[in-house]
Design a protein around this ligand. Structure first.
Ligand code: NAD
Length: 251
């Protein structure tokens, strides 16, 4: 208890999977959590599971107006914002090779996965600064390090998040902003997104054999990394990549 006591943290895409697990763990460790998602029912369910210290706001992270409204509302109601978890993301249809991918589909994935993170940093950093400093965690992926032939736009989007995270970190550091920014790189996690990429038991078994530790991760495995990066325990860490993948990136 108390690793992020008294912090106000915004978690996007917290109506499911990794976002929900992160919101729950942050709240259990003392944070007030603003749960946002395009999925109202999922977001409300997360708030209910937390049972106090959380509230839901509908937000489409690809829309700049939504970011302005959410950040203004948090500052007005909570008086501060100490952490942002840019978690909302989509994988798109599977498989999508670059030859099959339509331009519309490519743009849709990048608008949520990349522009959403850009907007979260652009509008979030001033709020964190005015609160005395803070921490941003951007959900990238193992896909940022590898070719992803069946998820072409998704892989490109996560590579962009990995790089952009370092840009934000370096810009904030050189300006003396006291705002840290790090990326988290999950391996394969059995959330609705993970299940959509591996729909059959056969495909799951084949992929499971490629994980050095022999099993997929859970949303909580990633949430503990998010908790560490939001907490002051990671105060000397910025521009870093936290890989949580059962060893897949080390093979
Ligand atoms: P998920 O599909 O379970 O949850 C994603 C949530 O984001 C959903 O609740 C969805 O409604 C929300 N969302 C989608 N578009 C949104 C938008 N425009 N605005 C606000 N909310 C939106 O997925 P997950 O597995 O929990 O993934 C969370 C993050 O972790 C994503 O960024 C994903 O790319 C990343 N990730 C997941 C895995 C995995 O194996 N599951 C691996 C690597 C990285």
């Amino acid at each position: 208890m108390g690793r992020v006591a008294d912090k106000v943290v915004l978690v996007t895409g917290a109506g499911s999977g990794i976002g929900r697990a992160s919101a729950k763990l942050l709240a259990a460790e003392g944070a007030t959590v603003i749960v946002t998602d395009v999925n109202r029912a999922g977001g409300l369910e997360t708030v209910q599971q937390i049972g106090g210290r959380a509230r839901f706001e509908e937000q489409d992270t690809s829309k700049e107006a939504d970011w302005k409204r959410i950040i203004d509302d948090i500052l007005a109601r909570e008086g501060r914002l100490n952490g942002i978890v840019n978690n909302a993301g989509i994988a798109g249809p599977f498989p999508s090779t670059f030859e099959d991918e339509s331009l519309d589909q490519w743009r849709r994935i990048l608008s949520i996965n990349v522009e959403g993170v850009f907007l979260g940093c652009k509008h979030g950093v001033p709020a964190l600064r005015s609160s005395g400093g803070g921490s941003i965690v951007n959900l990238s992926s193992l896909a940022a390090f590898l070719g992803t032939p069946d998820l072409s736009a998704y892989g490109a989007s996560k590579g962009a998040v990995r790089q952009f995270t370092k840009t934000v970190a370096m810009d904030c550091a050189r300006k003396g902003y006291k705002v840290r920014c790090n990326s988290v790189h999950p391996g394969i996690i059995m959330t609705p997104m993970g299940e959509s990429i591996l729909p059959s038991e056969k495909a799951r078994e084949r992929t499971r054999q490629r994980v050095p530790v022999g099993h997929f991760g859970t949303p909580e495995d990633i949430a503990y990394g998010v908790l560490y990066l939001i907490s002051d325990e990671s105060r000397f860490m910025t521009g870093a990549e936290l890989v949580i993948d059962g060893g897949m990136n080390a093979v």
